[in-house]
Design a protein. Structure first.
Length: 283
């Protein structure tokens, strides 16, 4: 009887040990899988993604990856990779309006040069990009979850090594914006004409109050034939910052713009082709 009891106890203990080992093995595999998934998602970035910091622009012999990285894109917030960063830092202030251009009858463009360009710039990872122009599109070029905004303003910045970074401000119907109306009233009516009012203009009036929250990705310019020797139009790489918060414009102001620029001017949405889109929630 004692031998039988001891044998039964041994078998019970063995079964219990095997069960514990199986449970422990499953738990370890679960932890490994979870850690692997967290690394893939990259939701704990604490600095601006280094792979998005733009390098000198290509003007010929485009690598395939650059040629296919086109803008604009449709931004899907639910798929954007979260990160936290103080970049870009905006050093924008006042400029003198001495080159307000009707760009081929397609859109309003304000050219910035000389000391105004030197004094109005952004930094990304300490790298400076100087403002060379800002211009308007309607409808917007980028979309968010497939939805267009009323307008989109692009602030084109170029570094000393010919790298590009563009800030994008979406514009929606809403309150009066006297700064926008001031610009529109300075626009030449004739295509390719330039107006030089030589008045002071505050760039910050065109931005939403919150510029810390934005989407960012690598893309291209959206207007054709960048670079005289370009083998491919709209070449990149260009670092894009699309602010989540939007500027507003009244119906009267929008109508004054479309009274001069009568046709919409925006490029079709381009395929993402595996590129990553990041989002900085701004907190």
């Amino acid at each position: 009887m004692k031998q039988t009891s001891i044998l039964a106890l041994y078998k019970t203990t063995a079964r219990t040990s095997n069960l514990l080992l199986s449970t422990l093995s499953f738990f370890l595999l679960f932890l490994l899988a979870s850690c692997h998934n967290d690394e893939d998602v990259n939701y704990d970035l604490t600095a601006y993604p280094s792979d998005l910091v733009s390098t000198p622009i290509y003007t010929s012999n485009f690598p395939l990856a650059v040629a296919e990285a086109q803008s604009p894109i449709n931004i899907e917030p639910s798929k954007a990779i979260v990160f936290h960063s103080v970049d870009p830092v905006l050093h924008y202030g006042a400029i003198t309006l001495n080159s307000v251009a009707n760009n081929a009858g397609e859109n309003l463009r304000v050219n910035v040069s000389g000391s105004d360009s030197s004094n109005n710039y952004i930094t990304v990872g300490g790298k400076k990009y100087y403002l060379v122009n800002f211009h308007f599109h309607y409808s917007s070029e980028h979309t968010v979850d497939g939805k267009y905004s009323k307008m989109e303003i692009h602030f084109v910045n170029v570094s000393s090594d010919n790298s590009y970074a563009v800030l994008s401000v979406m514009v929606e119907p809403g309150n009066v914006n006297t700064s926008l109306q001031n610009l529109f009233s300075q626009s030449p009516v004739m295509a390719n004409a330039i107006n030089s009012p030589n008045t002071t203009f505050d760039l910050t009036a065109l931005f939403p109050s919150n510029t810390r929250s934005y989407y960012t990705y690598n893309g291209s310019l959206t207007t054709p034939n960048f670079g005289a020797a370009s083998a491919v139009t709209n070449g990149g790489p260009v670092t894009w910052f699309v602010f989540k918060d939007k500027q507003q414009i009244s119906d009267t102001e929008f109508n004054s713009y479309t009274g001069i620029y009568t046709e919409p001017n925006f490029r079709a949405i381009q395929p993402l082709k595996g590129r990553k889109v990041y989002v900085n929630p701004g907190f």
